[in-house]
Every structure is written in C-alpha cells, then in structure tokens.
Design a protein around this ligand. Structure first.
Ligand SMILES: Nc1ncnc2c1ncn2[C@@H]1O[C@H](COP(=O)(O)OP(=O)(O)OP(=O)(O)O)[C@@H](O)[C@H]1O
Length: 237
C-alpha cells in the first residue's frame, strides 16, 4: 500500500460564524510514533484533529498527502470522544470497516476473533453494541478503528470518563498499534496519560500551535511560558 505520509497542513485555518476557531496552523505529520495534543478547553484541538483527518472544511490553507486522496482516506481512522457504535451486534461493528474495504469472509472472522479477545468482548459478540457500557463502547470503537491496521489514527479524548482499568486497556491497544507502525495523534486532557504515551507533544491555545517538542523534554522543560503555566495547572485566559 502507498504511504499517505507526509501529511502536511499548510496555513490551515477554520473560520466559523465569522470567528477564527483554528489557525493558521502549518505542520507535517510523518513516520512513526504517538503525538499527544494538549491545550485548554476550546483551544481548537478537536477542530485541528478533524482538519488533519480531512473532515473539517478549511476556510483557508491546504491539506496534502503523499498519495491520492481516496487512498489517503482509506489509510486512516478517527475515534471520536463519544464513540459512535452502529445499532448492530459487537461482531457487526468490528466487521463493518472490513466489509467496506473488501476483506474476505475468512480473514474477517479471524480478525474479529482476534480483536474481540484483545478488548475482552469475545463472549459478547452477538449482543447489540448499544448495550455496552461507556468503557466497552470506547474499546470497541478503538478496536474497530485499528482492525484494518491504519497508517494513521486520530483519537479525541479516547479515555475521558473511563475508569483506570478501561483506560489502561485502551492505552495498551494504542501502544501496541504504535509499536506495530500506526502513526497516532491524540488529544487528551489527562497529563499523566500524556506523559505515559507521548513520543512527542503539541500544545495548542487560541486556535494556534504554541509549542511542540519530544517527550519528556516537552513536559519537563517546556520553552514557552504558556506551556509551563498550562502544565502547572494554571488557568489560561
Ligand atoms: N461549528 C462551529 N461553529 C462555531 N463555533 C465552533 C464550531 N465548532 C467549534 N466551535 C468553537 O471553536 C472552538 C474550538 O473548539 P474545539 O472543539 O476544536 O476545541 P477543543 O480544544 O477540542 O476543546 P475541548 O478541550 O473543550 O474539547 C470552541 O470555542 C468552539 O466553541
């Protein structure tokens, strides 16, 4: 499969209702690793993730990939903060992206067995996904996004409101995916999680990227006063 990297956002800007809610932002995503996107509420993190994924209309600027856009779309996935589960069984949820991309029946069955075991839902495959708990749904949504081994995965607050065990399970899935070669960009408000997972971090405020850096330097010795204040827990106006 061709590579969708580098993914480049050039002077990307999103304006809604006459207000700039993101940008201008220019950045390049390539290679491997897990990037954590941090910043106060309303900073524009979700908007940036969606812009990078190509589902947020840019008011100005340009999004580019290393391959044609139909292929770049098929090579990436997005897990929303409130996971979307289909009103079907757990198995059908896992099968959905595989069917969509023409994966054959035998391979589908193998992948569903493997991934349902990894998220500890093997014995619930025939149950309606809508009946799962919040943590189980989030795990299902994450597995459904990863089941095709995407080149790039975006996640928006993947463990908000989950308990310690579910959080750990999702973090394990993400680490394994990252180690397997999936490039990950995720927004989180959880500082401890950011430190546990990040290879590098981006800090965003008022729609702009203020600082980027590798972990752990980003967390231990950020260069910008706004980043330091945010990581200290100060309220940023
Ligand atoms: N469709 C829209 N129309 C108008 N304003 C919008 C729209 N979508 C988002 N916004 C505003 O843009 C700003 C950035 O929103 P966004 O959801 O990207 O921030 P965020 O950093 O992800 O926030 P949070 O941490 O609270 O999830 C917010 O002030 C939000 O109210």
């Amino acid at each position: 499969m061709v590579s969708l990297f580098p993914l480049t956002l050039t002077e990307g800007l999103v304006r809604r209702r006459g207000r700039v809610i993101m940008g201008p932002v220019s950045l390049t995503v390539e290679g491997r690793g897990l990037t954590v996107l941090m910043g106060p509420n309303g900073a524009g993190k979700s908007t940036l993730l969606k812009a990078l994924h190509g589902i947020e209309r840019l008011s100005a600027g340009r999004l580019g990939h290393g391959c044609p856009s139909d292929q770049s779309h098929a090579a990436q996935a997005f897990v929303f903060q409130t996971p979307v589960v289909l009103r079907r069984s757990v198995a059908a949820n896992l099968a959905y992206p595989l069917k969509l991309h023409g994966v054959g029946r035998a391979e589908r069955a193998r992948l569903i067995e493997d991934w349902s075991a990894r998220i500890r839902l093997s014995d619930r495959l025939d149950q309606p996904a809508a009946r799962l708990s919040g943590g189980e749904r989030q795990k299902l949504a994450t597995a459904r996004a990863l089941i095709r081994s995407p080149q790039l995965l975006f996640l928006d607050e993947p463990t908000a409101n989950l308990d310690g065990r579910s959080t750990r399970e999702i973090e394990d899935l993400l680490r394994a995916a990252r180690d397997g070669g999936t490039r990950i960009v995720m927004a989180t408000h959880d500082f401890a999680q950011a430190r546990r997972l990040a290879d590098d971090a981006w800090f965003m405020m008022n729609g702009r990227i203020v600082e980027t850096g590798p972990s752990p330097q980003f967390f231990d010795t950020p260069t910008r006063s706004e980043t330091r204040a945010f990581l200290r827990g100060d309220i940023l106006e």
